[in-house]
Design a protein around this ligand. Structure first.
Ligand code: C2E
Ligand code: MG
Ligand code: MG
Length: 755
């Protein structure tokens, strides 16, 4: 340590010592010499004024003795200062304040620091708070504010800080300064004043003491007492001593005092009536709200539970039912079928699938609208259900297909009867509004043969049987037979081969001449697609065309045929071959394509064939679709010179209406009618009628499939002008078609007509 530092430390220690010596500790208080001296001189002469400020600030205990919150503080302060205060008990607060003003007492308690009082008092820090309320007579005010008392009489104990506050802030209030709060409440109880300003606990006390029950708290005055000890301001040492003494009161001591006098907190002790009332009302309200909540919650819970139950019911219903008909759906059928096929199968009991397809159901939607279609499906479902035993599972497994799943004896005869009954039920006329019509249905049946049968296979078998029945004899039923599967397999293989064939050059065209029956003159050719598969060999069109129709490949195929035919036609023209038209078959799927007309124009342009040399063969099914669009396409192409013929006329949806409406120039009588025309009377009638119809509408009529001269003769007798068939020529490779060949054909025809 350096000398300078050591000197500084010494001086600091000396100063500290001097300071400590000048202060003397009085019962734990650190006092200055001056304070100690003053205290020594006044130790037992400090006069403390005490007024009675009930209920807890100060109140009479016994005789003239006063006790209360302030008294507890004063006693602790006495102890801290080591003094004995000389208490003077005043009748009321204002008397105490008067004495303080006159300095006849040195200390007062319970004072709020105001400007007026600071002229004669110094104040210690605040040691308690009193919240001032507005007391009114019950029912006078629901909620009172000080401004409500303008022009009214308002009582406050004289000499209190409240007097100054009200007179300064609410000059319109008629202030009634009373001796003490007891007087104030008595006046209020009898209506002498309209309001009283008082701290809440006093109000409670006086109303209880006086037996007053018509007073309640209406609001807050807006001015609270923050009370301190005051000491005469000509004795500043005294006020410092009081301050130090008050500061020496520990937090624990303060809490103990508060606990002893104030708790429960004064505002809670006030006006128990109001409080109890309030509590009762609040409790009642709370109870009501709770009850209401419980009821509402219970209700909404019930509703929610019901709602969920309903939703669950609906979900599980929809999961296994067809929404439209209410019958089971495919999912349920599959699950049940899987269950059934797991059961042992015997001659007495086995699993049976009857798949029912409504014939031409699409026509109902087409012609009568979806609503009618829905109605029919609902009716059919109900009818089938009524015909089935209750343990049969009826499901709607497709747009127009129903499946009946049964466990019964594998008796084919009784199953046959059942299938017929179901078909008959569907065939009964159905009425809708003022309309009535009938549908037919076809059925495919499959039976579980052995144990552990694959349920899906059973379905496939029923499906195959249905398709076969539809093809062979719509309106009847067929049991599944293994040949059907062979056919299916073939079809599947064929399908794969067909897709591939379109990418290669396996397709080509043959052309079948069309002749005038009277002269034998070849007037045109029908282009017919041919498929030469490297392994399968020649695949007939009646096999691959329906397949291509099914999978949409017909559009690509048809486009290719159209172009090839146009090219061939143009080539013949260039070679000088004379013919009227070259006919190309067009499938419905091709025709309904949006760009069909432009594809035709492209083919003509690309090939150079004049439009008036092209004939498009369409079938009647084209008119089941969008007839407006069909008409538009046909008119557009007809205007260019292209003509349309109806292929296989009489086998489809023959209607005079569309024949009249649409630009059709030729009818091609189906070879089915021609084949039997010489033996079958009805075929003859159909051909006759068709010829009449065609002629009446100014159309050409051509008979297809003429194989012998009798047929030719008969047709000529019926005034059929044109013919096509093996009698004249089979479809030929275009290379074989020459002017000579056409002459040969002409010659074969003429002798017959001449006979
Ligand atoms: P279709 O349009 O009615 O064609 C006539 C069918 O009758 C041809 O059968 C033809 O060979 C056959 N035929 C002609 N004269 C006789 C006869 O005197 N006796 C017998 N039994 N048959 C005769 P093909 O070539 O087998 O064609 C069958 C069907 O395939 C065609 O019937 C047509 O509907 C369809 N088809 C053929 N090529 C095409 C094509 O390029 N596009 C489309 N969409 N369909 C085609
Ligand atoms: Mg044809
Ligand atoms: Mg035909």
């Amino acid at each position: 340590m350096t000398t300078v530092l050591r000197t500084k430390f010494f001086l600091f220690s000396l100063l500290t010592l001097l300071l400590v010596q000048s202060m003397s500790a009085t019962a734990g208080l650190t006092l200055t010499r001056e304070e100690s001296l003053w205290l020594d001189q006044h130790r037992d002469s400090i006069a403390v004024g005490v007024a009675v400020i009930p209920p807890y600030l100060s109140n009479y205990a016994t005789g003239n003795r006063v006790e209360g919150l302030s008294m507890d503080y004063l006693q602790l302060m006495e102890a801290a200062l080591g003094t004995k205060f000389q208490y003077q008990v005043f009748e009321n607060y204002s008397a105490m304040m008067e004495a303080a003003k006159l300095r006849s007492i040195d200390v007062v308690f319970g004072v709020t620091n105001t400007e007026a009082r600071s002229h004669f008092l110094n104040f210690t820090p605040v040691y308690s708070h009193l919240s001032n309320k507005i007391f009114t007579r019950k029912g006078k005010f629901k909620r009172a504010e000080m401004s409500d008392f303008a022009g009214k009489r308002f009582a406050v104990p004289q000499g209190t800080a409240l007097v100054n506050y009200i007179s300064n802030n609410y000059p319109d209030i008629t202030l009634i300064q009373v001796r003490d709060l007891q007087e104030a409440f008595s006046l209020l109880a009898v209506g002498e004043v309209d309001g009283v300003g008082s701290y809440a606990s006093a109000g409670y006390l006086y109303t209880v003491m006086e037996g007053i029950d018509n007073i309640s708290i209406g609001g807050s005055v807006g001015f609270d007492y923050h009370i301190s000890f005051g000491s005469r301001n000509d004795q500043p040492i005294l006020s410092r001593l009081l301050e130090k003494a008050l500061e020496s009161v520990t937090v624990e001591q303060k809490n103990a005092i508060e606990r002893r006098w104030v708790q429960p907190e004064d505002s809670q002790r006030v006006d128990m009536d109001t409080l109890i009332h309030g509590v009762i009302i609040a409790g009642f309200c709370l109870l009501l709200i709770l009850l209401l909540m419980v009821v509402l919650w219970n209700r909404s819970l019930k509703r929610e539970v019901n709602h969920r139950k309903e939703a669950q019911k609906e979900v599980s219903f929809l999961a296994y039912h067809d929404e439209l008909t209410g019958a089971y759906n495919r999912q349920f059928m599959l699950e049940t079928l899987a269950e059934y096929t797991r059961l042992p199968s015997s001659a007495d009991q086995t699993t049976c699938v009857i798949l029912l397809g409504l014939d031409n159901f699409s026509l109902i939607n087409e012609f009568h609208g979806q609503k009618m279609g829905d109605y029919v499906l609902q009716r059919m479902s109900a009818r089938l259900q009524s015909r089935l035993s209750c343990d049969a599972v009826l499901s709607r497994t497709g747009g127009d297909e129903f499946t009946a799943l049964l466990r019964l004896s594998a008796n084919r005869v009784s199953l046959s009867h059942l299938a017929d009954r179901l078909i008959a039920e569907i065939s009964l006329p159905i009425a809708y509004g003022d309309q009535s019509f009938a549908l037919t249905a076809t059925a495919g049946i499959s039976l579980q043969q052995g144990e552990q049968e694959d349920p899906l296979r059973l379905l496939e078998q029923a499906d195959l049987a249905l398709h076969e029945a539809k093809k062979k004899n719509p309106g009847s039923h067929l049991f599944y037979a293994s040949e059907m599967s062979v056919k299916l397999l073939e079809n599947q293989q064929l399908h794969a081969a067909l897709s591939e064939a379109l990418t290669t050059e396996q397709f080509f065209l043959e052309y079948q001449p069309q002749v005038m029956l009277d002269s034998g003159k070849v007037i045109g050719f029908e282009a017919l697609a041919r498929w030469e598969h490297p392994v399968l060999g020649r695949v007939p069109p009646d096999k691959f065309i329906p397949l291509a129709e099914q999978n949409g490949l017909i559009v690509t195929l048809g486009d290719r045929v159209l172009l090839l035919a146009c090219q061939q036609g143009n080539q013949w023209l260039n070679q000088g071959l004379e013919f009227e038209r070259i006919a190309v078959n067009v499938s419905v799927k091709q025709f309904v394509e949006a760009d069909f007309a432009s594809k035709v124009l492209n083919a003509l342009e690309q090939s150079g064939l004049p439009p008036e040399k092209l004939e498009l063969e369409i079938t009647e099914s084209v008119f089941l679709g969008d007839r407006v669009l069909a008409k538009e396409t046909m008119c557009k192409l007809t205007k260019l010179g292209i003509c349309f013929s109806i292929d296989d006329f009489g086998t489809g949806f023959s209607s005079l209406l569309y024949l009249k409406e649409l630009p059709v120039s030729k009818l091609k009588l189906d070879q089915g009618f021609i084949r039997s025309i010489t033996q079958d009377h009805s075929s003859l009638q159909i051909v006759k009628a068709s010829l009449q119809m065609g002629h009446a509408l100014n159309m050409d009529v051509i008979a297809e499939g003429i194989e012998d001269r009798d047929e030719q003769q008969l047709l000529q007798d019926l005034h059929c002008e044109q013919g096509q068939g093996y009698l004249f020529s089979r479809p030929l490779n275009p290379r074989l078609i020459t002017a000579e060949l056409l002459l040969q054909i002409e010659e074969t025809v003429v002798p017959v007509t001449e006979v």
